[in-house]
Design a protein around this ligand. Sequence first.
Ligand SMILES: [Fe+2]
Length: 280
Amino acid sequence: MPVKFNKIITTDYAVSSPKIGRAFDGFTFAYLADLHDVCVGENNSLILENLKNRRPDAILLGGDMITERKHGVHATECRHALDLVIRLAELAPVYYSIGNHEARWMDPERIHTESYEDYKNALEAAGVRFLDNRSVKLHKGADMIRITGLSLPLRYFGVRHETLDTQIVHLLAKDPDPDHFQILLAHSPTHHAAYDVWGADLTLSGHYHGGQVRLPLIGGVISTGWTLFPKYDMGMYALKNGKLIVSAGLGTHTIPLRINNPPEAVYITLRNAQDGNACI
Ligand SMILES: [Fe+2]
């Protein structure tokens, strides 16, 4: 029986910057992460209804849409993710950046029962664009914003993870253009300082599942990497240069635990700000 949730919450953020041209003023992204192949409503109907009602201009996926359990991902273990993402692609352009579970699935040193390439090919056939250490430029009139998906090697996840610093430069072939708004899809918020130094105006993360159990006034209790009371568990945070938005995500894996922490759909509306700082 698949894990199923019967509620979804919507969180709205507005991000403004002089780098966001007038043509992108009001442009709205939906941001979804950490589905882990669960269902939110029958066949993910609550997620689809939520997005149909909001009609975002584009949909960003922040990784861990499936769960890898040391044997790859069997076809029956990714069908909810496949079905949902294919149907999302009928609503708006979808840009998919991977998490640590997709990274494990595509790791050639692991034994796989199903091919990650089959999963990716099926989604690409539906029009989904994978941003696997790649970028896409969105143009409206003379204005442009850039979206980059960061695929980190597995050594940057887990309890004893390596620190990411300037190595991000080598993973992402091209640095941000300082004149254009740069969004970075980076699954784990752990390395937020490196993303900020790289030049992300807005980083979108997940991975911590909102701290799994949320307490009033305190927030998340434990991250998926077993950090107690993680600081960047859910919300929007000001970094030195840009902003970080962390979604509580949609699902669970291993221990089906989300207490006081319903699945979350995030919406981000861009605002042109001629006289502001880099981001407010
Ligand atoms: Fe994750």
